[in-house]
Structures are given as structure tokens and as C-alpha cells.
Design a protein around this ligand. Sequence first.
Ligand code: ATP
Length: 512
Amino acid sequence: MTQEELFKSLIAHAKEYGFIFQSSEIYDGLSAVYDYGQLGVELKNNIKKYWWDAMVRLNENIVGLDSAIFMHPKIWEASGHVGAFNDPLIDNKDSKKRYRADVLLEDFIAKLEEKIEKDVEKGRKKFGDAFDEPQFRETNPNVLRNKKKADDVRIRMNNALNSNNLEELRQVILDCEIACPVSGSRNWTEVRQFNLMFSTQMGSVSEDASVIYLRPETAQGIFVNFLNVQKTGRMKLPFGIAQIGKAFRNEIVARQFIFRMREFEQMEMQFFVRPGEELKWFEHWKKARLRWHEAIGLGESKYRFHDHEKLAHYANAAADIEFEFPFGFKELEGIHSRTDFDLSQHQKFSGKKMQYFDPETNESYVPYVIETSIGLDRTFLAIYSSAYCEEKLENGDERVVLKLPAFLAPVKLAVLPLVKKDGLPDVARRIMDDLKIDFNCQYDEKDSIGKRYRRQDAIGTPFCITIDHQTIEDDTVTIRYRDSMQQERISAKELRGIIENKVNFRNIFSKL
Ligand code: ATP
């Protein structure tokens, strides 16, 4: 199965088992907007809890916040979003399809890179054990030609984007002879800037109504509350404010399922530090955030840092944590050293002081900020797509299993009476009633036991507990483990302890 086919299957699976639905599906859907179903919301809540507790509970100097989505429109002028939160867009005149100019070029570069990898693979097959990959990459004419082309396009694109030269951006697209994937033509419009913020009006009378934006990031709610939290919480630098909430961006090209949505959720933490100490804390948070990701257990090789060479005007250091999604390595989280830009801007635009009085130095100053900003939906996709497995079993059967980390699994255990008679359902219900106080459980008595195991595998339930006739005699049950499919006979009294030991957050937090 190709990666593309695998990605399609896991999207279909997400719908079939109630993880994710297309928004407004009965009206043919709303593009790049998704609803989380009965199991999706459980997984999402568990991820949120993992992030929130790791930030707010385990760090004495980080506190939480839940600021409103609507904010004063001046905030978005101060932050630079009204003026500069733009993407360059281009239309194909024949298909009338709209694209992000930089994405067309990035796709073009990705294709050249794919060609290089194919050539390397061919070389490997041809030369066998004698294959010297570094030498091949440095000398093979096809590889060199494609690499030079990719580098040239990347440099021209970055220069055009940095200098806001939209004509040049269009020229690069023409020079690369990029055709519209739908019409196949190269009949392109000019490149225009497109602001990504959604706007609406606030106020009951249309003349008085003022334009208001749906926030494109949660961070600004933290900045404008910086002093409220610092003073009421008696916080001393360095300290952080964490927030989970919805953000909205009118993305031009929305694709790759929940990777790029128009309504999504962010988990952001702004860490306020003394000026001059920001790069030390930037390194600290890079390491701490990577540890948080790795502790989930998806495999360390799935993550890599991408240090930004091109910095936003307000940043003096920035790195992304990228994850290997089914469509390649892509940004999952951003860690940015934002200097004093945001607080200073709000000081300027609001006319209110945004300074901190440092009791140790007896000075007042605007703190510097390190931001960690992670997409909740992208984290969901990372975990869900890594967990999705289509397995061929020894007896020839196939099963789809979600090997979700037990502490994040939506349902922790299923309670299954072997048959629907002889009092087994009553015993099963009694066990379930006790365990559901601690864990999210499912009860299932329909169909053969094999079918019920498959259903639980498909939703990632780590444990199935089967109640049979022996349970009535000696109060023992079988526990079946999802990944190994091994079964063990244990006393029903042991269940709580065994499951608790595998699903608690303590094991994970001790790795941070
Ligand atoms: P990209 O380059 O992929 O558009 P970005 O650099 O604009 O992302 P940030 O503004 O740094 O993203 O936002 C922080 C995080 O929010 C990202 O790392 C990502 O996980 C998440 N995020 C941003 N845009 C979206 C979106 N449209 N859909 C889902 N998650 C998003």
C-alpha cells in the first residue's frame, strides 16, 4: 500500500469509527472544517490533559488562562495581523482554482527532491553493497542538476517572499513552468496578498457595528492579560501563562485532512523572562518540548527540529518541531523567541504600561517572551496516524488496530460477557459499574467474542475483559492485551490495579 492509500484508509477509518466527521456533511460538507465524534473527542481531551498537566501542574511557575475568542480589534493591529498576516495567492484563469503561490513552489521543490531520492534508490539497487551514498549524491549528474534547480527555486522564492515582491513570485512560477493540476494550463493571474483573518461585526445597529476578528492565534489573549495574571497571581519572572483554545484562519489551500483547517485548536504557552536571558530559555523549551513529544512513545525518529533561518520581524530565534506525517515531515509545533515585541506593541497601542517591576534589581522593564505553540489537531493526527495499523495475522485473518498509547486511548477497557445468558451479563455489569468510576469503559455483548475483540482493536482499546462461566465459580476473568493479543486469567480483584498501572499519566510524567 502506498502512503497515499494508507492515508485515505485512515481517514475513512476515522469516520467509520466515530473519531472525525466532515463538518456539515449532510449539506455536502464545509471545506477544511471537521467535527470530532464520540471517540475523537475523548482522544482529544486526553491529549489536552497531557499538555495542560505537563505545563500547568508540573511547573510551579506556569499558570493557565482561558481568554475570549473575540478581542478588541486594535489588538490585531498592534500584533501586526491586520497589516501582515497574509498569504500570497494566485488563480488559474482556466480552472478558476486558487492556490498559495508559495505552496505551488514548495510542491515543485518537493517533486525535485522526490526525483533525487528515486535516483538514489536506483543507484542503491544497481551497485548493491558497493553503493557509496554520499559519493553518489555528490557526483551523479541527475542528482546534482535537480538539487541545483531546487536550491535556485528556493532562494528565489524566499527572496521574493521576504521583499514582498509579488511579481517576482509569479515569475518564478512561470519560469518553473508550473501548470495547474486541474486545468493543466499555465494561464495564471497576478499574485495578490490575502489576509487570513476572518472578520465579522459586533453591535446591533449596522452603522454602529465595528469590525471584529476571530482570533488567528490564542497568544494575544495571553499578552493582553500579562499584567492581570502577574499581579493577581503574584508571579515572579521567569513565569509562563498557558492556554488551550480555538483559532481561525481562512487558509487558501486547506488540505491533508485535519493538518490544515480553517477552525482549529492551539495549545500555547508564553514564558516571560528577563531581557538577555531569552536564548537560554529558548534552548530550555526546545529540549523540554521535544521530551514531551517523545514521552508519548511514537518513536524518536519521527521528530526533528527545523531551525528557522528566515526569522519573523519580531523573533530573534525560532525552531519548529516537525513530525513525520504520512505525507512527510511537517510542522507540528513552533518554539519562538518573540523578544519584547508583543508586549511593547500593546504598550504602544493601548497607552497602558506593560512593564514588570523586578524586586531583585529594583527595575521596571518589558519582559522578553519565549512561546511554545502546538496545534492540538495536528498532534491528534500525529498520534492517530502513527497508531493506525493494518495487520495480517498468523491464521491468515486481517485486523485493523489502533495502537494508541494506553494513557491517551479513548476507551481504556471493554467488558465482554462470553455469552448473553447464564447470569454472565449481570456479573459483567457489576465489574463494569465498579471500573467505570476510574476508567472510560465500554460494555459489549453482541456478536461472537472474536468480532467484539476486532471492534475494540479498531478503536484502540488497550484491554478487553472477558467474563465466562468460570468467573461465576472463582471470580477470575481473562484480560486480553490489544497489541500482543495475549490473554491471561487473573482475579477480578486485580483488574483495577493492573489497568491503572498501564494507563496512568504518572508513568509518562516521570519521563519529562
Ligand atoms: P504553517 O506554516 O503550517 O501554516 P504556521 O507556522 O502558520 O503553520 P503557527 O502560526 O506557528 O503556524 O501556529 C502554531 C501551530 O498551530 C502550528 O505549529 C500548527 O500545529 C498549528 N496550526 C497552524 N495553522 C493551522 C491550521 N490551519 N490547522 C491546524 N493547525 C494549525
